[in-house]
Design a protein around this ligand. Structure first.
Ligand code: GDP
Length: 475
């Protein structure tokens, strides 16, 4: 979403870093470039103005105390980073749990903003942390909103309180009140109330949302807003702030390719924190909003913290410990281990999204966008078509076995050969790593050169492909 902004800011800082010494004039031109980049990303004018004023004052002051050009450039970068974190809301704000459960969360926002989807995401997120949420279907307006919530609830095993069919039938205030009472009686510790939106801001919508608010007195009102609607997101959030009021913002559709200025404007203009971010249609495409991680992404430094968390969630500790033990004991990494890793990787979500979290990924945008997500399932199908023995000992994969595997996976024999070759190369690289050597292709990555312990080695075949192996052995 912030691709253009990120590449513009990266270019600005690269040029600043080439100066021997930074002058006041350099600060001015840097500020002008950042200002232009923010405006082009649709950030609200008043937010841009105060942001630039702040940076200009702080950066000019920093020039006086810091002498070397590189340190000056780093200081300016740090000032921009800190100011970005600030306009994104500063610290992460979590849901405040009520001392008298259930904690009641009400969702408000326009139709299509993603409230019903978010209700499911929140319920899953909190239930995974040991809470017992109840979903309440108070959007009785939008066609099929009640059924949609029921389907979402069922898919994640969360109960849905839905006494009315919706589609214009039923009183949303009564449903919300009864839902909260039901949760209290049945000892649910959290209630998530989905409410109706409208296509645009109107008086009816605000009245209904405020009536629900007055009836159930929520602990948190979350305003849900589609980040793709650009400047309209700012206007809508101000209308909701005046009409209903809210405690926090949820930005949805951050996976879209809109310019992202709304995200940068809302927290600062409404003085309400962005609490969650939604990045796709799947229930797992969702996370707590961390201003510092977002600032880091915008400045092209990636989001390694989120990447590490996703990996931790996907690779359960047992599998990781097993692999680690294998690695240390010198056992071979087999295709069975590889299969486990592939399944963990698919749990982590879209690979291009993950690659986008790496520092400097802006420069690889084309490759990342062009990444073929189907590659993982095709590779998985090939490994799954092998017998357990073949996965443990790929050396036995002769021509007829490979033909059988290709047929089973619906791939060509050359795809199977390719996979086995790449796997053998990876296995070899792991062996070199274990022996303390820097494998070929990894030198120059900042790792010190380490000599491999000299080991008596039988001259073994390098390739897992029998045709290639035969050729190697004959040489
Ligand atoms: P509601 O009217 O506010 O309840 O909106 P919905 O929850 O029905 O969402 C409207 C549409 O947006 C649905 O097609 C959702 O699948 C989709 N949607 C919701 N959140 C996201 C998101 O973060 N990213 C993307 N790409 N789509 C989303």
């Amino acid at each position: 979403m912030f691709d253009t902004l990120t590449s513009r800011l990266s270019a600005t800082f690269s040029s600043l870093r080439t100066r021997g010494k930074i002058s006041k004039g350099d600060i001015e031109s840097t500020c002008a470039e950042i200002r232009q980049a923010l405006l082009e990303s649709d950030v609200a004018l008043e937010v841009v103005e105060s942001f630039i004023d702040q940076i200009s004052v702080k950066a000019t002051a920093a020039l006086e105390t810091i002498q070397s050009g590189t340190s000056q450039a780093n200081a300016v970068f740090e000032i921009v980073n800190a100011s970005l974190i600030e306009i994104l809301g500063g610290q992460t704000r979590r849901v405040r749990f009520s001392k008298n459960p259930p904690t009641v969360i009400m969702l408000a926002g326009l139709q299509g903003a993603g409230k019903t989807t978010l209700a499911g995401k929140l319920a899953k997120f909190y239930s995974d942390q040991g809470n017992t949420p109840l979903l309440v279907a108070s959007d009785l307006q939008r066609p099929n909103a009640v059924t949609q919530l029921q389907v979402v609830g069922e898919s994640i095993g969360i109960p849905v309180f839905a006494p009315e069919p919706g589609n214009g039938v039923g009183d949303p205030v009564k449903v919300a009140l009864a839902g909260v009472a039901f949760a209290k009686a049945k000892l649910y510790n959290m209630v998530i109330v989905d409410t109706a939106g409208r296509l645009g801001v109107d008086a009816d919508l605000m009245k209904q949302a405020s009536d629900i608010r007055d009836a159930i007195k929520p602990d948190e009102i979350l305003f849900v807003v589609d980040a793709m609607i650009g400047q309209d997101a700012v206007r809508t959030s101000q209308a909701f702030l005046n009409g209903v009021g809210f405690d926090g913002v949820v930005l949805t559709k951050l996976d879209g390719d809109a310019r992202g200025g709304a995200a940068l404007s809302i927290a600062s203009l409404t003085e309400r924190p962005i609490m969650f971010a939604s990045t796709g249609e799947k229930l797992t495409d969702f996370d707590i909003f961390y201003p510092e991680r977002m600032a880091s992404r915008i400045l092209g430094m990636g989001d390694v913290a989120t990447l590490a968390e996703s990996a931790k969630k996907a690779f359960d500790s047992q599998t990781s410990a097993k692999l680690e033990a294998k690695f240390e004991s010198g056992e071979d990494f087999t295709l069975e281990d590889f299969l486990e890793q592939l399944s963990a990787m698919s749990k982590m979500g879209s690979i291009s999204k993950l690659m986008g979290m790496l520092p400097g990924s802006g420069a690889l945008k084309k490759q990342i966008d062009g990444f073929d997500e189907g590659e993982i399932s095709r590779t998985t199908a090939i490994v799954q078509s092998m017998t357990p023995k073949e996965r443990r000992e790929p050396k036995i994969l002769n021509g007829s076995r490979r033909a059988r595997i290709a047929l089973g996976a619906g791939r060509k024999v050359s795809d199977v050969n390719n996979l086995v070759d790449r796997f053998s190369a990876a296995q070899k690289m792991m062996k070199q790593l274990r022996n303390g050597a820097v494998p070929a292709g990894m030198s120059g990555m900042g790792l010190p050169p380490v000599k491999a312990p000299v080991k008596a080695s039988k001259k073994k075949s390098k390739s897992g492909n029998p045709a290639k192996r035969a050729l190697e052995e004959s040489q």
